[in-house]
Write a protein that binds this ligand. Structure first.
Ligand SMILES: *Cc1c(COP(=O)(O)O)cnc(C)c1O
Length: 365
């Protein structure tokens, strides 16, 4: 069997360092807002080349809190991609604002800058480009458009730890970025976790209040805030994983290159497209074909686990379907019907990728 992702391997690979990190926290007896969080925030802002990192409880909170801090609320519109993980849309809904989907680019599944401008109205306050699958969105035209039309740009970087756009790290390309440290992400915790990066000092200060009951000084609550904190254990464990992130991403890139070479020219199979300005981190390796379910079954029968990211686009999910019944988003629908994620992780070998590629080729023969 080739698993899709085996997280027990993370512990197996870094057992000594992870054990040392959690022993340190347990022995110190300080579990919220301590030295590990401060150190992780410093290290992750340095990794992303941003002035500030604010640790929070998860990726959805990261996105939601930024929109809140910008004062986005009822009556406001926020532009989101038509195909993404539903959290991108939920972050907008939780503010009381309206997510306005714009069709993704048919090649990359990322926000199409040419289509965004037509979706801007007098109510539009922000856009949330997603670096889906670890492939950076085309940020230059998006940020230029945002500047021209007075909109904020929030990167959903939940799948893009370490990705670069025109040589610059994702997470510092817009006004702020939301990160997820969900266990399966490239920089995954051992439970839930999240973070925000930004170069905006005032925004960082509001976020530090918002994540902790609206307070920076104990029992002084200036805002009606939330409880959304990255705890000391997760921060300590993430510090270990962060040290290996560049080499983990390097291994993913090697596997992706192997897939791209071995699957090139297979009639009926669409491979991921990497624009020349993109340095993706291959959170997922997503192929497309008409008989996606047939290919998934074929691989399953040969002991190869795959997944679908995502089978239901947000506008067809129960949370949004009723209010979006007359919405026509054929590109998002096509991605949902045709996409299949092949295994890729720091713990898969080049030989396994070869085996998987061979099984995929055999399906199309
Ligand atoms: C994982 C993910 C999120 C949400 O992160 P959580 O930590 O699970 O809340 C948001 N957006 C995208 C694109 C994601 O992949």
């Amino acid at each position: 069997m080739i698993p899709f992702l085996d997280l027990a391997q993370v512990y197996a690979a870094h057992r000594q360092e992870l054990d040392a990190a959690w022993h340190r926290v347990m022995q110190r007896g300080w579990f919220i807002a301590g030295d590990e969080l401060s150190a992780f925030e410093k290290e992750f802002s340095s990794f992303t080349g941003t002035r500030h990192c604010i640790g929070v409880a998860n990726g959805l909170d990261a996105l939601h809190l930024v929109l809140r801090a910008w004062g986005i609320g009822p009556g406001d519109e926020v532009i989101v991609p038509s195909q993404t993980f539903i959290a991108t849309w939920l972050a907008v809904s939780w503010c009381g604002a309206t997510p306005v989907p714009v069709e993704v680019d048919a090649q990359t599944c990322n926000l199409d800058p040419l289509l965004v401008e037509a979706a801007i109205t007098a109510r539009t306050k922000a856009m949330v480009p997603v670096h889906l699958y670890g492939q950076p969105a085309d940020m230059a035209p998006l940020t230029e458009l945002a500047r021209r039309r007075g909109l904020k740009v929030l990167e959903d970087a939940a799948q893009a730890h370490g990705a670069r756009y025109r040589g610059q790290s994702c997470g510092g390309l817009g006004d702020a970025a939301g990160w997820s440290m969900y266990p399966g992400k490239n920089l995954g915790a051992f439970g839930d976790g999240g973070a925000i990066t930004t170069n905006d000092d005032a925004l960082a200060a509001s976020l530090r209040q918002l994540r902790s009951y609206g307070s920076v000084v104990k029992y002084q609550h200036d805002l009606a805030g939330f409880n959304s904190r990255l705890d000391e254990l997760q921060a300590a464990l993430l510090r270990v994983r962060l040290q290996h992130l560049a080499s983990d991403n390097g291994h993913r890139a090697k596997l992706a290159a192997e897939y791209l070479e071995r699957l090139q020219g297979v009639a009926g199979l669409t491979l991921p497209v990497v624009p020349q300005w993109a340095e993706p981190v291959w959170h997922l390796f997503v192929v497309r074909c008409a008989d996606r379910d047939g290919l998934q079954r074929w691989l399953q029968e040969r002991g190869i686990a795959t997944q679908i990211h995502y089978p239901v686009p947000p506008h067809r999910a129960g949370a949004y379907a009723a209010s979006h019944a007359d919405l026509h988003l054929p590109v998002a629908d096509a991605w949902a019907d045709q996409c299949l994620s092949l295994p890729i992780s720091p713990y898969h070998s080049v030989e396994q990728i070869g085996q998987i590629a061979e099984a995929v080729r055999a399906f199309f023969r």
